[in-house]
Write a protein that binds this ligand. Structure first.
Ligand code: GTP
Ligand code: MG
Length: 312
């Protein structure tokens, strides 16, 4: 344990890989490990990159990594498996797109499934973010697919969230849907080499004019495959970070982050304690048979787990 913690804190790649394995596989010592490193976290810049499937998130991430490396920054990447555990396609895609960094000690890339049973941010993701943070990565990028509830959780813990959009996906709908406006700190109109990029750009701008207040996100055009617009995008990302710093919103953001982390653990923990119990299966059956309401089911489950629930 001592060696693992020391190695991790001094940024050794092997220790980091080992620590991640401990965390992901729930090995003994996991809790102790996380407890030891937690006070050393909070120094990385956490960047969320999200957007619809195939928007070019991994290609863009690859170019952003290269850009950050040129600035001398170390980078950790968590690429979220967007679909079922059975379709390794996206993970393979991430690997291929980011292959150029495979031999670079300053870059650590991990693909993982981050969704828990309920579709929220799984605690394993939070744990791995903490490990990357403790190992001294200057920037941690979390790539998630889609713009839905799951992503919102990751967004809540990120310092800056980039929403990647592409022309030709039914643009106004794309923008208006699923809370994109709320979560984007920065927009990247990727595949700007394609027709419709200007139109998409204007539509996002118009939409922002309608809804957002003081904190209007910047919009950037990128052609990730050709490494076009990446410098500007990266500058825009850190400019957003600076704006948050000077705005006095930092405390609020940190509290929001802590709350999201706690929630990730809470949901996973309750599910872990409940599933597999005879009581749980029994409650499911009785809800299906309309004998009890789901609300009563929760009450019974909590009572069974020795928790008392307040009036609701
Ligand atoms: N024309 C064009 N193609 C691009 C651009 N950026 C990425 N692509 C292509 O778009 C496809 C998808 O790219 P990815 O980087 O895998 O996209 P992604 O959003 O990570 O995909 P998922 O993780 O599967 O959702 C690839 O074939 C890329 O080469 C771009 O700027 N212009
Ligand atoms: Mg990808």
């Amino acid at each position: 344990m001592e060696d693992l913690v020391d190695g991790l804190l001094s940024g050794k790649v092997r220790s980091l890989a080992k620590a991640i394995t401990v965390v992901e596989n729930d090995r003994p010592g996991k809790r102790e490990l996380l407890k030891r490193i937690y006070p050393k976290t909070g120094n990385s810049y956490l960047l969320g990159i999200t957007g619809p499937p195939g928007a070019g998130k991994s290609t863009l991430t690859d170019k952003v990594i290269a850009n950050l490396r040129k600035q001398g920054k170390t980078v950790g990447v968590i690429a979220v498996d967007p679909s079922s555990p059975f379709s390794g396609g996206a993970i393979l895609g991430d690997r291929i797109r980011m292959q150029q960094h495979a031999l670079d000690d300053g870059v650590f890339i991990r693909s993982m499934a981050t969704r828990n049973h309920l579709g929220g941010l799984a605690k394993n993701t939070v744990d791995v973010i903490h490990l990357l943070d403790a190992s001294g990565k200057d920037v941690i990028i979390v790539e998630t697919v889609g713009v839905g509830q799951d992503e919102v959780d990751i967004v809540r813990i990120a310092q800056t969230t980039v929403v990647v959009m592409v022309p030709g996906l039914g643009d106004s709908v794309q923008i208006a849907k699923a809370g994109v406006m709320e979560i984007a700190d920065v927009f990247a109109v990727n595949k700007a080499d394609r027709e419709g990029a200007d139109k998409l750009f204007s539509e996002i701008r118009a939409m922002l004019d309608m809804v957002k207040g003081d904190f209007k996100p910047e919009i950037f055009r990128t052609v990730a495959v050709d490494d076009v617009g990446i410098d500007e995008l990266v500058q825009g990302i850190f400019a957003h970070g600076d704006r948050v710093l000077t705005s006095g919103l930092v405390k609020e953001k940190l509290a929001q982050k802590a709350e999201s982390e706690l929630r990730a653990y809470l949901v996973d923990n309750i599910m872990e304690r409940s599933t597999g119990l005879t009581l749980y299966d029994d409650v499911v059956k009785r809800i299906a048979a309309k004998e009890i309401t789901p609300m009563d089911g929760v009450e019974e489950l909590f009572t069974g787990l020795g928790m008392t629930k307040g009036e609701n």
